[in-house]
Design a protein around this ligand. Structure first.
Ligand code: COA
Length: 313
């Protein structure tokens, strides 16, 4: 009894915000942003909510499946439309589905891997036969557009995968973890705290950087071991798209050559929980993965949280 990845979809808002646009907003330069991060532009919602983007990605992932048939919807997001109803319930309603179990998962940029783990475990329990797992974010609402150290990094978007319980093993292994003692290095307060509105992303970028590289490498090594695989067995590495220097350092330490590393952060920046499912969807649509290939997903985010997964597509 296994779980297979059936199809994927994604949604990016039309509005492009380039580094040159940012030069007019804060004291920065295209040169600084590209050399330090690899990001050239990002997409910004012009009114699309997180659940709007999640729903569009879901419809695309369900192109050959009726939305009414979906039995489980898990949305990973740090920027939900509301405290409640959950973004997953909003997506369910917009899909016209009335039967799915629906809830959100919060693990910042690692959220999609956490949501995938939850859905995979539920599908293996045999009670539920299929699932939509979505990563969706509207970070443009929680970045301080006057803070050059954070506003250049993030973007909006959503990605979705449709999974089914199957005879074959598609999702091969996970490695997940968290260390809450690092919480203050990357955070956004909310109403339960004693902090005052507005709530913006706060980050100690330099410290996050170092821990991100080390943690992603360790997690990727563990998941390969759990799946009894070597780095050279992997057809494509899809890392969380936060910073090109982080991605390159991780790939180098795993001995995965650049041509096997998927990068799209130049176009979208860091879309947090949406980054891996958007990248997975693009990689499949661009023919970078074919049936039977092994893909390694590796994420890191606020919490700190981390997660890796190996999938046979
Ligand atoms: N434009 C121009 N200068 C900027 C800038 C910007 N947008 N943002 C910061 N700077 C300046 C700083 O003020 C600092 O100036 P100073 O030396 O005069 O004090 C200088 O650039 C270096 O800042 P620093 O923060 O040390 O740069 P860095 O090389 O660490 O790069 C990040 C900053 C944010 C790009 C990098 O730390 C990073 O990507 N960290 C990881 C963040 C991340 O991925 N978070 C999400 C994880 S899921």
């Amino acid at each position: 009894m296994g779980v297979r990845l059936v199809s994927t979809g994604s949604c990016l808002p039309d509005k492009v915000l380039s580094n040159f646009d940012l030069e007019k907003m804060v004291d920065t330069s295209d040169h600084w942003i590209t050399t330090r991060t690899g990001i050239r532009e990002r997409r910004i919602s012009q009114g699309e909510t997180t659940s709007d983007m999640a729903t569009e990605a879901a419809f695309k992932a369900l192109s050959s499946t009726s939305p009414e048939e979906v039995e489980l919807i898990v949305v990973a997001t740090a920027t939900p439309d509301a405290f409640f109803p959950s973004t997953a319930c909003k997506v369910q309603s917009k899909l016209g589905n009335k039967r799915a179990v629906a809830f959100d998962v919060s693990a910042a940029c690692t959220g999609f891997i956490y949501a995938l783990y939850v859905a995979d475990s539920i599908l293996r329990s045999k009670d539920i036969k299929n699932a939509l797992v979505i990563g969706a974010e509207r970070f443009s609402k929680i970045v301080n557009w006057e803070d050059r150290s954070t506003c250049i990094l993030f973007g909006d978007g959503a990605g979705a995968v449709y999974l089914e319980a199957s005879e074959d093993e598609g999702i091969l292994a996970f490695d997940l973890g968290a260390d809450g003692s690092y919480g203050e290095l990357l955070s956004v307060p909310s109403v339960g705290s004693n902090e005052d509105f507005p709530f913006f992303v706060k980050m100690k970028g330099n410290e996050v950087f170092k821990i991100a590289v080390r943690t992603m490498v360790e997690s990727a090594k563990r998941v390969l071991e759990k799946a009894s695989l070597k780095a050279e067995d992997i057809s494509l590495l899809i890392p969380h798209q936060a910073n090109l220097r982080i991605i390159n350092a991780v790939a180098q330490r795993l001995n995965i050559p650049q041509e096997k590393v998927f990068v799209n952060l130049d176009k979208y920046g860091n879309t947090s929980a949406a980054s891996i499912p958007i990248a997975l969807d693009e990689a499949l649509r661009q023919g970078k993965l074919k049936k039977g290939d092994l893909v390694l997903l590796v994420a890191f985010g606020g919490g700190f949280t981390w997660g890796s997964c190996v999938i046979k597509v």
